[in-house]
Design a protein around this ligand. Structure first.
Ligand code: XMP
Length: 512
């Protein structure tokens, strides 16, 4: 073969965020009016195009809840047992419902001890349960004050508040405006926290809780609305690997069983997350899931080529993660010598994604809101790790060094993360496998950044500024209006604060 085929004379150029800048365009829109909503699949709609990365120092339920409340999506990592991940997803999906259609119920002949055991197994996060008979007819309400260890031996029947003292409304009363009806009820019944809904045969149809209604009202005053599913629950994603059996073949039973249970909990997207998505294992995993769950949103990755996008789209993915080695804690390019600078990878991927009718996510390397604007000229959404790892809601350990607070942030390919993942995911110590693998990530620290709400507000403001400069009222128009200019090294220096002594910086400026 011709040597030029493998090492062409005119090698393609790889550019990343700082290598380019966006030209301004005529505008009629104010940044604060720019609409950031996006649909990543026919069923997954977000109010902001930001996802928190499926990393064990970034996204567990606490982060996912806050991300969804801010209009985005958290991808729960999988460096934990399948059981633990299902619980994390359940925490997000049970966080706020408005009207809870399928409340967790108990039977009158159970003991408080049995109820307590169920709570421990499922970790519901609430302790008040409707009591029903075999026909699902309401018998009473078991309140949290009786669900205590010291009442373990008592029966639910003895402990419950009887039906005559439980507040209910007929299902017909909430047909049109359920939240408003519930809000009116709670305003008129001070001190009552639960409202149960029954049909004309006294069968339980659902319930409202006061705290949910209060939270919904609080949200109504926010600029960006929460991201919810069609049943008014917060959205949540979960990452999975392409799990294999000891003989190296795909563990189809485990994958289908686990995804099935996540779907039962109401998961909105499954992300098949690996370092190399253009691979048989990931393709087979996506095909397997798509075969069983036709309507589920499947995210898959990571890839950086048109062929990779085509491969995952044809396998059945709706949304493809783009990025190999750009991440702040990644060493893939150093260790393996592979990867494509992020803007070029996004450009190539976006052309193919348009042909395939899929969406793409810019995953890794985003350090400031300007990078977000640039990425969104090509991608439909952004995955952030390092930018969010310092937030209060991230699970990483917090530590104090010389009077400053930091949070632990580590690559999922770092030796420590792989060790934890292997042990937890496979239920035993995989020391040997870990010792042989070359780490492709590092362990790091991020300065503590405070609440996610504040960090996201700055970033959202930055994206809206960019959209204002480009005359883009929405993200679709941002793509159409983008004109790029290549920036010289002197231009890069000029772009960041220079020739001054910085006194105070902001979270959306990482130029230091
Ligand atoms: P940022 O730049 O947001 O990047 O911190 C987060 C993304 O980096 C990827 N990731 C890794 N890549 N080695 C890698 O090469 C790793 O150990 C590693 N851990 C995470 C991942 O795509 C994440 O969303």
């Amino acid at each position: 073969p011709d040597a030029d085929t493998f090492f062409p004379r005119n090698l393609p150029v790889g550019l990343t965020f700082d290598d380019i800048s966006l030209a301004t365009r005529y505008t009629e829109i104010l940044p604060r009016d720019a609409n950031l909503s996006v649909s990543l699949s026919p069923s997954l709609h977000l109010q902001i195009p930001i996802l928190s990365s499926d990393m064990d120092t970034v996204t567990e339920s606490r982060m996912a809840i806050r991300m969804a409340l801010n209009g985005g999506l958290g991808l729960i990592h999988y460096n934990m047992t399948d059981e633990a991940q299902i619980k994390e997803v359940a925490r997000v999906k049970n966080h706020i419902h408005g009207f809870i259609r399928e409340p967790i119920k108990v039977m009158a002949n159970q003991t408080i001890g049995e109820v307590l055991d169920r709570i421990t197994r499922k970790d519901f996060g609430f302790r008040t349960f409707p009591v029903v008979d075999e026909q699902n007819r309401l018998l009473g309400l078991l309140s949290s004050s009786t669900v205590k260890e010291r009442y373990r031996e008592r029966s639910v029947l003895e402990a419950m508040t009887p039906r005559s003292e439980v507040y209910t409304l007929p299902v017909s009363a909430i047909k049109d405006h359920p939240i408003e009806v519930a809000d009116k009820f709670f305003s008129e019944h001070i001190g009552i926290h639960k409202l149960l809904i029954v049909d004309d045969q006294e069968r339980l149809c659902g319930l409202f809780t006061l705290s949910d209604i209060e939270r919904i009202e609080d949200e109504a005053t926010r600029i960006v609305k929460p991201a919810r599913d069609e049943r008014f629950r917060l959205v949540c994603g979960a990452a999975i690997g392409s799990h294999r059996k000891a003989d190296g073949s795909l563990d189809a039973d485990r994958i289908i069983n686990h995804v099935g249970r996540l779907v039962e909990e109401g998961v909105d997207a499954i992300a098949v997350s690996t370092a190399h998505g253009f691979s048989k294992g990931v393709g087979d995993t996506v095909k397997l899931i798509r075969g069983q769950f036709q309507d589920l949103t499947i995210v898959a990755g990571n890839v950086t080529s048109a062929d990779g996008v085509e491969f995952l789209a044809k396998a059945g993915a709706n949304c493809i993660k783009i990025g190999q080695g750009p991440g702040s804690i990644c060493t893939t390019r150093v260790v393996a010598g592979v990867g494509i600078p992020q803007m070029t990878a996004l450009y190539v991927a976006s052309r193919q994604a348009a042909k395939e009718g899929v969406t793409i996510l810019a995953d890794g390397g985003i350090t400031k809101s300007g990078d977000m604007v640039k990425a969104l000229t090509l991608a439909d959404g952004l995955i952030c790790g390092g930018l969010l790892a310092g937030c209060d809601e991230a699970p990483g350990r917090i530590m104090e060094i010389n009077g400053k607070l930091y949070k632990q942030y580590r690559g999922m390919g770092s030796r420590e993360a792989m060790k934890d993942g292997s042990a937890a995911r496979y239920g035993h110590d995989k020391k040997d496998a870990v010792a042989k693998a070359a780490p492709e990530g590092i362990e790091a620290l991020k300065e503590a950044a405070g609440p996610l709400d504040v960090v996201l507000r700055e970033l959202i403001g930055g994206i809206q500024s960019g959209m204002g400069y480009l005359g883009a009222a929405d993200l679709k128009t941002l793509k159409v209006n983008a004109r790029y200019i290549r920036v010289s090294p002197a231009g890069q220096k000029e772009a960041a604060p220079h020739d001054v002594i910085t006194v105070k910086t902001t979270p959306n400026n990482s130029s230091e």
